[in-house]
Write a protein that binds this ligand. Structure first.
Ligand code: SF4
Length: 374
């Protein structure tokens, strides 16, 4: 059994990006109170979880925090839980934040992986996305990352931005690759309900790529990055080597337990999922009463767990581990789903061997639909 992962949600941003649906607020007056409560929440879970070998500080914008504030959080982690010396400790960084001294201090705190929200190397695209950084900030952030001695870091990029075509996207990819990040994530711009971007899309302010164009972006991204030496190991994720895959994110994809701390954070353990209040007020109120700030929970049925296992496995290049699936759900997929599997093989969506059913790149492009067919 893999060790659990710890996610810590920092619910603050300097400005809100119009496409974003993550929980955060631009009112930063309660930062220190929330940090103290995050540590208090850890204490409440100390009996239920004891060791984490991945820690991921995300948000929101964790890079808004000072070194002292991050120290309070990480000291809290070490006080309440065991963290093996080889644990992966990641923090998300907005390229607009931090100077070299701040990056160096992160290393001193034990952070060993950075995830930089670059999103684009085009100032025009960054303006559309409402980001508060520009391409030059991304280059400076990369420079600081390397100069501070980080050898494990990744960049987030977004494609499908209005006005972007395959040629300009290829330029962004070339720019990213020239900086040699060990990890890259490439997401299609999603129009999330109830975001300012969604309202403006509904008003007809801009177009987004249709299904065929989306597929072209996806396939081009995969081909370009594979040619550049990256392994396309999950729908949106690429690693320069096995050791540079995100160890933390892999826990989300294989039902390894994880604990989410902070407003809006989600957790999973033994088939049960629970989530915290998506409001700082509700979060602080529960913790003031010495109660875990849980807003809701659900216990997955065997069928739901089965479907999620298929769904998440088919989003990874490794695919479905047939022996593990048989052990868990008593189902011999190649035998019991022979006809559908053969048809998906014939159509080039999956490959099958004695041990695994794995999606091809084309299969990864439609991974969510594939799971429903099984
Ligand atoms: S900085 Fe990140 S978390 Fe904050 S609004 Fe923008 S996308 Fe969302």
């Amino acid at each position: 059994m893999n060790l659990p992962g710890l996610y810590i949600h920092i619910p603050f941003c300097k400005t809100k990006c119009p496409y974003c649906h993550f929980y955060s607020t631009t009112d930063i007056t309660s930062v220190d109170v929330v940090i103290a409560s995050i540590v208090r929440e850890m204490e409440l879970y100390a009996g239920e979880f004891d060791t984490f070998d991945t820690i991921y500080i995300g948000g929101g914008t964790p890079s808004l925090l000072t070194v002292q504030q991050l120290d309070v959080i990480l000291s809290g982690v070490h006080k309440h839980f065991l963290v093996p010396p080889d644990a992966e400790i990641t923090i998300e960084v907005n390229p607009a934040d931090g100077d070299l001294a701040w990056y160096r201090s992160l290393k001193d705190l034990g952070v060993n992986r950075l995830h930089l929200g670059v999103q684009s190397f085009s100032d025009q695209a960054l303006t559309f996305l409402g980001r508060r950084h520009r391409a030059d900030d991304a280059f400076a952030a990369l420079d600081n990352t390397v100069r501070a001695g980080f050898d494990n870091f990744g960049l987030d990029l977004i494609y499908g931005i209005p006005g972007q075509d395959l040629q300009s996207w290829r330029k962004s990819l070339a720019c990213a690759v020239s900086l040699s990040p060990p990890h890259l994530s490439a997401y299609q711009l999603a129009i999330e309900e109830d975001t300012p971007l969604c309202h403006s899309y509904r008003r007809g302010s801009f177009d987004i790529p249709d299904e065929d164009a989306s597929l072209s972006f996806f396939l081009e991204t995969s081909a370009y990055l594979e040619r550049s030496g990256y392994h396309h190991y999950e729908v949106s994720n690429y690693a320069a080597s096995t050791s540079r895959k995100s160890r933390h994110n892999q826990k989300y994809w294989d039902h390894t337990p994880y604990l989410g701390i902070g407003p809006g954070a989600h957790s999973f353990k033994e088939g049960k999922r629970w989530w915290n209040h998506r409001s700082i007020e509700g979060y602080l109120k529960d913790l003031a009463l010495e109660t875990t700030p849980v807003a809701g929970d659900e216990t997955l049925s065997r069928e739901e767990l089965r479907l999620e296992t298929l769904f998440m496995s088919l989003r990874t290049a490794a695919g479905i581990d047939l022996a593990a699936f048989r052990l868990k759900f008593g189902e011999d997929l190649p035998k019991e789903r022979h006809a559908i599997i053969q048809s998906l093989v014939d159509r080039g969506f999956i490959v099958v061997n004695d041990e695994r059913i794995s999606p091809t790149t084309r299969g990864l492009a439609v991974a969510d639909q594939l799971a429903l067919i099984f």
